[in-house]
Design a protein around this ligand. Sequence first.
Ligand code: ADP
Length: 222
Amino acid sequence: AVVKKVKQFAVIGLGRFGGSVCRELHEMGHEVLAVDKVEDKVNEYAGFATHAVQLDSTDESALRSMGIGNFEHVVVAIGDNIQASILTTLVLKELGVTKVWVKAQNHYHHKVLEKIGADMVVHPELDMGKRIAHNMASEKVVDFIDLSDDYSIVELLATDKVNHRTLVDLNIRAKYGVTVLAFKREENMNISPMPDDEIVKGDILVVMGHKNDLNRFEEEGL
Ligand code: ADP
């Protein structure tokens, strides 16, 4: 049997974002320590975390005494208080937490967090906004991952145009310079598509390439 490794996480700040991260990790079976300075929040999340603790994360000695340095991965999801978010991140890195992921409020906050050693800076509203805009602008784009400024992986919905056509027949790589990594048909995932595999309308193609090429494929190829 495959034994899934249980990881130890901590989430500091149990607003909408931190709260959602905490619940999800807990549901996945991981150990999660939930931290907030507000007692009501701590009580609210007691059932969605392994432990829930009330403390102000800018209080270094409080953080230290609960052994936060032993956690491999901590998320700082403090909302509006940028100063508290920065100070907390600084202390966590000083205490030796390997991975500190922080929610940023704006560009300046982001820059400071990077400078003081945050391992990942996230902008949930910005990212979600982008994602929704893409979905609104094209019915074919199901989801996407940016690999860099220029390259992405996108999930595209197969339309009538490619119904019952094979990959070799469509000649996608030569025509558009993009690679079909996989395709999904209902619950079945084909992760090593063969040249003579047939696409059916409604399949979801997972395609990687330069954004310009992907746009061209989406507009002309599907
Ligand atoms: P969101 O936009 O994700 O909903 P909020 O600003 O509503 O974010 O939530 C941030 C949470 O972080 C609040 O529950 C707040 O009590 C908590 N918080 C803010 N500062 C600290 C701190 N210094 N220590 C611990 N928790 C904090």
